[in-house]
Write a protein that binds this ligand. Structure first.
Ligand SMILES: [Zn+2]
Length: 68
């Protein structure tokens, strides 16, 4: 295991695949979002980085300022 290499698997259940989450946008069109659902544990994650960490509470990454 090389800790400097990002694992491309679920940090919670080690599954290597996921489904992207579809959401309806303002125009009523279904689009893929950053969110994804793991095929192994079925948990939903906000983005790929959180999925790799296996934690829905993303405590290690400082929040990114977003313009509302
Ligand atoms: Zn999983």
């Amino acid at each position: 295991m090389n800790p400097s290499t990002a694992r491309n698997c679920c940090g919670y259940c080690r599954a290597t695949s996921y489904h992207r989450v579809l959401a309806r946008d303002d125009a009523g069109v279904m689009r893929y979002t950053e969110a994804l659902r793991c095929t192994g544990c079925g948990r939903e994650y906000a983005n790929l980085q959180v999925w790799r960490q296996g934690d829905t509470q993303d405590a290690t990454t400082p929040p990114v300022a977003t313009a509302n």
